[in-house]
Ligand binder design. Structure first.
Ligand code: PEP
Ligand code: MG
Length: 746
């Protein structure tokens, strides 16, 4: 019996394809399809509802219902049975539709005489496009086989909708991916940019959903699966050599799927019913995506993501559509990706105007690179990779975390105003570039920049920074596939010093661990990596890499002044041990006959509250201190800097934190220890003004922040601002922000 029906479903698809091959208008095609399905299914009614907008489904074609209702009958998402299928993406199959919860008949369609109802979602990769409905007078439940056949047809319809086959008059018949869409994500790098979409991984387009010859398709699928398996095995071997356990785990899951009999069987079944190999893969992928949206279990979600990735690989093998589609990158590209690594981002470099990610986190390395390159970045823009097409016009508002895809004219006009204002501000800042950051009451605040790449160095001149207050050396390690060699590093550091032209550069030694995992180092399975084996802890326990880095720095200096800073020092002894390692490196350099800088300044980052309470002797001994506000704040409030749920919960201008920072300033003043602040907050004008008011006179920030911060400092009386902070604290305010903003007239 099932076998019989399979033939029917193939026959139905065959007829569908023939109908599609004839050149005709969108509406005529839809009409023909409904007629054809009703005939093949031997049912009185077949209707196609498509989304008119995100909330409304419109009857676009019908066989059996009143013709006058076409393009007239509409329902809201969730309304009636059709609306329910549209909202949930789940099939409804009922012999007695009027008794179903939420049933509502549309009188203009004349559907009240039909008892049975089956509604099938038309969806592509988790994106709802419409609903396919069959109805009949006799009260009968459609069989599993019939429903399956309808699913296959719905899949083909989805594919055709995607290809714009039904484009015609009426909003619901306009091609997909043409409407404006607004995405609300989170901001990871401020700034506004307008440009055109460049998909990091262009999606595969299936142009041949229906196949002639199932046997041939079966062979194609098997060959592609074999290629996929070989590829996964190869990746597994490489990962095993590198002892990369995280990657191994993912690849093991890939292998499991690639060998999964269930997955294979479902795809074979799809093919035997008339789908092409790629359509079968995509059908299963759609099912997995639909499940993904309703699964909360993290482990299961990750596995479904794995399956999704694997399906993409398989589709690329089958269609021959690689990442290289031959499309030309637009002149003003805005990169769209699910997620991206720092190395891939660096490959694009400064050519990008903006970046929008579906995933990502503010503290990730991709975000750090985006910040270093001053490219507006919005993260958590859900489903943008499904919605955007290469070449679409797109506007990214990095300040609000908003993305306008295919914006309409009013949005474009408003956005252009914003960009013009931004350009004006840049010009304004350029005019004060060579002026000092001196407050109204005469305090000079040293403004330096954070860097980590050679590409950052030109900003030293453009931004008016007085030096590099933080050079994150780990970026050089993170963007490679293997550990850089000493000679390479020495050459690079030397070029950094050359480009700085005598301005001070503070090199921070390697800060790895936590979120910064080197691809070629064995990762540690730690329950809490941010509190784990990272930064100086790794440097002291595994001295080889630190020694190599210290030697590279000493050698790069070629006798010039050098500043080295150790990250994440939590207690005095760690600092003395690190200094000891530096002494040894110096000694070795001398023995080798290399010059050692006479002016060698050695400091530490204050990133854990414990160091603020270190013995006075530490403060006397340390060459300088720099507050790593990103980490210090996360440990002070016990709020993960990468966790969007808690990250913004505690204000930097919370009086507890400011009071704590004041205590550090006092201790440094007491011992004449040079102190600076180099966390992200230093680059936010209001925060920067408050830090300066409580006595921090050296701030290191992204180059793009120097102008705005300087501009505010130059029109602020720091003495008065300090009083505003004290008064707010006195009144018992939790955060001084409101009072400060009022005072600053912002
Ligand atoms: C910090 O923690 O504030 C800091 C500057 O270091 P990173 O952001 O690299 O951890
Ligand atoms: Mg830090």
């Amino acid at each position: 019996m099932a076998q019989d029906f399979q033939t029917d479903s193939r026959q139905m698809l065959g007829r569908l394809r023939e109908a599609m091959a004839v050149e005709s208008a969108g509406q005529a095609r839809l009409d023909q399809i409904t007629q054809l399905i009703a005939e093949e299914m031997r049912t009185e009614v077949c209707s196609i509802y498509l989304f008119r907008d995100e909330e409304t489904l419109e009857l676009c074609a019908t066989e059996g219902l009143k013709a006058a209702a076409v393009h007239e009958t509409r329902m809201r998402l969730g309304e009636g049975l059709v609306g329910r299928v549209g909202r949930t993406g789940k099939i409804i199959n009922s012999a007695d539709a009027p008794s179903e919860k939420g049933f509502r008949y549309m009188p203009e369609t004349g559907e009240e005489i039909y008892s049975s109802f089956a509604g099938i979602p038309i969806q592509r990769l988790g994106e709802m496009l419409g609903v396919l409905v069959v109805q009949s007078k006799t009260a009968r439940q459609y069989s599993e086989d019939e429903i399956y056949a309808l699913e296959v047809v719905a899949m083909v319809l989805a594919e055709m909708t995607e290809l714009g086959v039904f484009v015609g008059e009426g909003a619901a018949l306009s091609a997909r991916h043409q409407h404006p869409v607004l995405f609300r994500g989170a901001t990871a790098q401020e700034g506004a940019a307008s440009g055109h979409v460049w998909l990091h991984e262009p999606r595969v387009v299936v142009t041949n959903p229906i196949a002639d010859d199932p046997h041939k398709e079966m062979i194609r699928l098997h060959e592609a699966i074999e290629e996929l398996r070989v590829g996964v095995d190869r990746m597994l071997d490489t990962a095993a050599e590198g002892e990369n356990t995280d990657q191994l785990e993912v690849l093991e899951a890939y292998r499991m799927f690639a060998n999964s009999k269930g997955w294979m069987r479902r795809m074979e079944e799809d093919i035997s019913r008339g789908l092409s190999a790629e359509a079968a893969v995509e059908k299963e992928q759609s099912t997995a995506r639909a499940r993904l949206s309703s699964v909360n279990d993290q482990y299961l979600r990750e596995r479904l993501h794995d399956l999704d990735d694997l399906s993409n690989r398989l589709l690329r093998i089958l269609t021959g559509q690689g990442s290289e589609t031959g499309a030309e990158i637009p002149a003003d590209p805005i990169l769209i990706a699910r997620n991206i690594g720092p190395a891939e981002l660096l490959d694009y470099g400064r050519s990008l105007k903006g970046i929008v990610l579906e995933q990502g986190s503010v503290g990730s390395h991709a975000a750090i690179v985006a910040r270093a390159l001053a490219i507006p970045l919005v993260i958590h823009a859900a489903r943008i990779t499904t919605e955007a097409l290469n070449g679409d016009h797109i506007m990214v508002d990095g300040d609000q975390g908003i993305v306008h895809l295919r914006p309409d004219d009013t949005v474009v006009a408003a956005f252009q105003d914003k960009i013009a204002m931004q350009a004006e501000a840049v010009e304004r800042y350029a005019s004060i570039r060579d002026k000092p950051a001196k407050s109204l009451d005469g305090h000079h605040v040293q403004l330096t920049m954070n860097a980590g790449l050679m590409a950052d160095l030109p900003s030293l001149e453009n931004s008016g920074a007085e030096g590099v207050g933080l050079f994150r050396t780990e970026l050089q390690f993170l963007v490679r596939n293997q550990m850089p060699r000493r000679g390479e590093l020495a050459a690079l550091y030397s070029r950094v010093l050359d480009s700085a032209k005598g301005k001070r550069v503070v090199f921070r030694t390697l800060d790895i661990g936590s979120d910064k995992v080197l691809p070629y180092m064995k990762p540690n399975d730690e329950p809490n990596p941010a509190l784990g084996w990272r930064a100086i802890r790794v440097g002291l326990d595994k001295p080889g890499v630190m020694r190599m880095q210290l030697q590279s720095l000493l050698r790069a200096a070629k006798g010039r002044p050098l500043s080295i800073m150790f990250p994440f020092v939590a207690q005095y002894e760690e600092y003395t041990q690190a200094c000891f390692a530096l002494e040894k490196a110096k000694h070795r350099e001398r023995l080798l006959g290399h010059p050692v800088p006479e002016d060698l300044q050695v400091g530490a980052m204050l990133e854990t509250p414990s160091l603020a309470f270190a013995p006075r002797k530490f403060f006397e001994e340390v060459g300088f201190l720099s507050i790593g506000g990103n980490d210090l704040k996360q440990f002070f409030f016990a709020a993960d800097r990468e966790n969007e749920r808690v990250r913004r919960r505690y204000d930097t201008l919370n009086v507890s934190f400011l009071t704590f920072l004041e205590r550090i300033v006092e201790r440094c003043d007491d011992t004449n220890t040079p102190l600076s602040f180099c966390g992200e907050d230093a680059g936010r004008p209001v925060e920067a003004a408050c830090l300066a008011a409580i006595g921090l006179r050296s701030l290191s920030m992204r180059p793009a922040s120097i102008g705005p911060v300087k501009s505010l400092l130059r029109r602020t009386d720091l003495g008065k601002l300090r009083k505003v902070i004290h008064d707010a604290r006195h009144r018992g305010e939790q955060s001084v922000r409101k009072s400060v903003e009022e005072f600053l007239d912002l």
